[in-house]
Design a protein around this ligand. Structure first.
Ligand code: ATP
Ligand code: MG
Ligand code: MG
Ligand code: MG
Length: 473
């Protein structure tokens, strides 16, 4: 059944509303009262207190379509954008929630009925995972829903620790097993089923994660059953739309086709399939909504994440041959497709374009010279080579290239970055600027170099990519 993304959004909210769920609007991308979280990255974020029992809600059932950003911080999909069919920096998460109300049988039944009866997805394309010890969920899928046993996979803990199918809010507090629903896009697409060695391929795409919060983990690590367990679910609307619109990649859905066409028009790119156009279509959404929610490009925390995404977009424009500000011109096409669902975006259109244009102009002053420096350095390198830390630092310090921007270029050419060399150069610079600022204090000189707020890098094991860790706002 063909459905637009807008129709899907409405269908989901209505389905759960008819089943007693209060429709709750999306909250801001900046989590209220939660300095530990960089951005809202799931529908449950605004309901955290309800799950913790700190907030009493008149209706114990809720449904939402939540705007989410997963860039920077613990959940970082920035490096995946342009490379997988299913990851965005910004996406919308459909979710239904039970705060101590219904539990496993209803949650599974609702999910299955929505997918197979309302959306009429073919049941034989769906398969599910449960946590290895969750016999209850397993039995519901097999006996009540009627899935054949080979379609219900038990997923255990990963050798590296943790599990895709055991969710926890933090080191302590509510936690519990998940069941996830996957869609098989067909044997012509590379990738194995969940739990297999090549599960990161794009054949079996996870569409819906249903979390059963049934334990409270105490500081000693013990799990205590919660008297009134809860349900938290999340489904990426773009992944669902891809299936319903007969495509495979999220970038084939209505919203992205519109944005990619616009990106091609403003950049003059010859090849509509260029992954740079996907990157631009992705990044305009996260940048615009972050600005709508009050973030501004800067050197710290959330602001620095926004700056990194804008600069990454600008670099992809440069790669396509554009040498003037262009990214801000994607705001109008974005408002065309997402303004109707998000009036806050439509209302802020002019401001969003202004902020983007200003940041582009600022970066364009150094982008071309930085690229030249990099090209000279890379001229003699062959795939597998390492870009020296001092070069990465110089690009950062003199040309405003965030670390992951250089990493993006390196990845395209099969190169790696010397991370520790970069950190070393960064530490030296910090020590210098500390000394300079002490000297300045002593001598009452007012011009002190602004210290950078860079804190180092973490290796994301799953992606093998480097992620900047910056202050959390
Ligand atoms: P994946 O394993 O594909 O990275 P996930 O397990 O990290 O997904 P969850 O944290 O379970 O995702 O989020 C719930 C749902 O949100 C997912 O099932 C998926 O449909 C959607 N989703 C998660 N991350 C993204 C993303 N970066 N872009 C688009 N949709 C996403
Ligand atoms: Mg993920
Ligand atoms: Mg997953
Ligand atoms: Mg998941």
């Amino acid at each position: 059944m063909m459905k637009t993304t807008a129709e899907l959004r409405t269908a989901f909210l209505e389905f759960f509303n008819q089943r007693g769920h209060e429709i709750v609007p999306s909250s801001s991308l900046i989590p209220a009262h939660d300095p530990t979280l960089l951005f809202t990255n799931a529908g449950m974020v605004q309901f955290k207190d309800a799950f913790l029992g700190l907030e009493h809600r008149a209706n114990p059932r809720a449904v939402s379509c939540q705007r989410c950003v997963r860039a920077g911080g613990k959940h970082n999909d920035l490096e995946n954008v342009g490379y997988t069919a299913r990851h965005h920096t910004f996406f919308e998460m459909l979710g239904n929630f039970s705060f101590g109300d219904y539990f496993k049988p209803e949650a599974i039944r609702y999910g299955w009925d929505f997918l197979t009866q309302v959306l009429k997805l073919p049941a034989d394309r769906l398969l599910v995972t449960v946590y290895q010890t969750d016999d209850e969920a397993y039995a519901i899928w097999r006996d009540e829903i009627g899935l054949p046993e080979e379609k219900v996979l038990r997923i255990g803990d990963k050798p590296s620790g943790g599990s895709d199918n055991f969710w926890q809010m933090g080191d302590t507090g509510p936690c519990g097993p998940c069941t996830e629903i996957f869609y098989d896009h067909g044997a012509h697409i590379p990738g194995g089923p969940p739990g297999s060695a090549d599960e990161d391929g794009d054949r079996f795409i996870e569409i819906w994660n249903i979390v059963f919060m049934q334990y409270d983990r105490t500081v000693d690590g013990q799990l205590h059953p919660l008297p009134k367990p809860s349900v938290d679910t999340g489904m990426g609307i773009e992944r669902l739309a891809a299936i319903l619109q007969g495509g495979h990649s999220n970038y084939d859905i209505d919203i992205f086709r519109h944005l990619i066409t616009a990106a091609q028009a403003v950049t003059g790119a010859a090849d509509q399939k260029s992954s740079s156009l996907k990157v631009l279509a992705d990044h305009i959404r996260s940048c615009a909504f972050l600005i709508v929610d009050g973030v501004r490009p800067g050197n710290e925390g959330r602001d620095y994440v926004l700056r990194r995404i804008i600069r990454r977009a600008a670099r992809h424009g440069h790669k396509l041959g554009v040498d003037e500000p262009f990214f801000y011109r994607l705001v109008a096409p974005l408002v065309e497709v997402m303004g109707p669902a998000y009036s806050e975006l439509a209302n802020a259109q002019a401001e969003v374009a202004r902020v983007l244009r200003q940041e582009e102009e600022r970066f364009l002053q150094t982008l071309a010279s930085g690229m030249q420096v990099l090209e000279t350095e890379l001229a003699d390198m062959t795939p597998g080579g390492t870009i020296p830390g001092e070069v990465v630092f110089k690009l950062y310090d003199t040309h405003g290239f965030p670390f992951d921007l250089t990493a993006d270029i390196a990845r395209e050419r099969g190169l790696v970055l010397d991370e520790s060399g970069f950190e070393h150069a960064m530490a030296e610079r910090r020590a210098q600027s500390r000394a300079a600022s002490q000297f300045a204090q002593q001598t009452h000189v007012l011009e002190i170099e602004t210290p950078t707020c860079f804190e180092g890098y973490a290796q994301d094991k799953a992606q093998g990519a480097l992620i900047a860790i910056v202050h959390d706002g």
